[in-house]
Write a protein that binds this ligand. Structure first.
Ligand code: PMP
Length: 361
């Protein structure tokens, strides 16, 4: 069998243990899973109402154009429907961009550490990957702009960045975009956009109007609480969306996901509530870290990367034994840190209590 050389070198995604598996293994009744930046409040009640109100015929294919969801996006953003590409999660938008724009003759620029799917997809396409180290958890946009060469096709910018949580300011991002040649596409991954409270954050919709080579990706998996349905989207000028469309599978977002996401968008009160609760949780973490002299990155996402000055896997195990599953920083480029999703206030309190018990031993 022929398998591309570069694929042979990649490791497949390793799913974490399920909550039930961990419960059984450790004999615990309650597990708090804070490893995948899911929404601890679930999703809007409107989603369930909408799905029960619409009898769905599962025997027919989904609407390949996603018209209900596209209409909801149009109303929300006040942008015509041709500015959006729907994806089976924003993961799929990343894959589509890579498939359409990268091959062995191309170079692609990204930060490190950042969301691993940019690199993963670029490697599958055989592209050369230039990774520019973060500085104090922040994208080094100066060096990233310098790394662009005549082969560069795509640049990936993640804001807020996973795993550090740090967002980019309007001024810095504009300065960067102005330096990027018009034939290089910039992907601005805003998976955590709904949680951002930073006053200096940019308005990506304004940027799209000004930069035809910019595509923004957002998702229903985080604040909207629909990770299990897999739905995300790209926003860009219609010419860029059109250029990518041939790569998209005709029925890539399913009927349930389209309907649920459209319903979820109509409940912005829920999003606001989650954003506020997330901020309360972050502040608790920050206070705790300061009191316990733990370093952390100031986050704009629904997770926080905390540095423990000891092996991340040890800390991960110790927390897991107390029923809390975080994400070890080993696979994230921070071998002494844990990335912890901000849970409900009760979950945050339990997590901080558990951490306190572990570090004071
Ligand atoms: N981008 C970033 C930065 C992420 O953290 C994630 C999810 N972990 C994604 C994209 C993909 O999310 P989804 O495919 O669920 O939309």
């Amino acid at each position: 069998m022929y398998i591309k050389d570069q694929v042979k070198k990649l490791t497949p995604y390793k799913p974490g243990k399920t909550v039930d598996e961990v419960k059984k293994e450790l004999g615990l009744n309650e597990i708090i899973k804070l490893a995948s930046n899911e929404n601890p409040f679930g999703c809007s009640a409107k989603v369930g109402e909408e799905l029960t109100a619409h009898a769905m015929n599962y025997a027919i294919y989904p609407d390949g154009g996603g018209s209900i969801l596209r209409q909801a996006l149009t109303e929300f953003y006040q942008l015509p429907g041709d500015h959006f590409m729907l994806g089976n999660g924003s993961d799929e938008i990343i894959q589509i961009i890579s498939r359409a724009m990268l091959d062995a003759s191309k170079n692609t620029v990204m930060a490190v550490p950042t969301f691993p799917q940019y690199r993963h997809n670029a490697v599958i396409e055989g592209a050369e990957v230039t990774e520019v180290p973060l500085v104090d958890g922040i994208h080094d946009l100066e060096k990233m702009a310098q790394a662009v060469n005549s082969d560069t096709a795509v640049i990936w910018v993640c804001s807020p960045n996973n795993p550090t949580g740090i967002s980019i300011s309007d001024q810095k991002l504009r300065g960067f975009l102005d330096r990027i040649p018009a034939d290089v596409v910039i992907v601005l991954d805003e998976a955590y956009f709904e949680y951002v409270t930073a006053a200096d954050y940019y308005d990506a919709l304004e940027l799209i109007k000004q930069y035809p080579n910019l595509i923004v990706t957002r998702t229903f998996s985080k604040a909207y609480g629909l990770a299990g349905l897999r739905v995300g989207y790209g926003i860009a000028q219609p010419e860029l969306i059109q250029a990518l469309e041939p790569v998209r599978e005709p029925f890539n977002t399913n009927s349930l996901a389209q309907l649920a996401a459209a319903a979820a968008m109509k409940d912005q009160e829920f999003i606001q509530y989650c954003k506020e609760q997330n901020r309360i949780g972050i502040e608790k973490f920050e206070r705790f870290c300061s009191e316990h002299k733990l370093n952390y990155f100031p986050t704009q996402g629904n997770f926080i990367l905390v540095h423990f000055n000891k092996d991340a896997n040890e800390m991960f195990e110790a927390l897991m034994n107390k029923g809390i599953i975080a994400r070890s920083g080993h696979a994230l480029g921070y071998p002494q840190s844990l990335r912890i999703t901000i849970g409900t206030e009760e979950q945050v309190d339990k997590t901080l209590k558990a951490i306190e018990e572990i570090i004071s031993q």
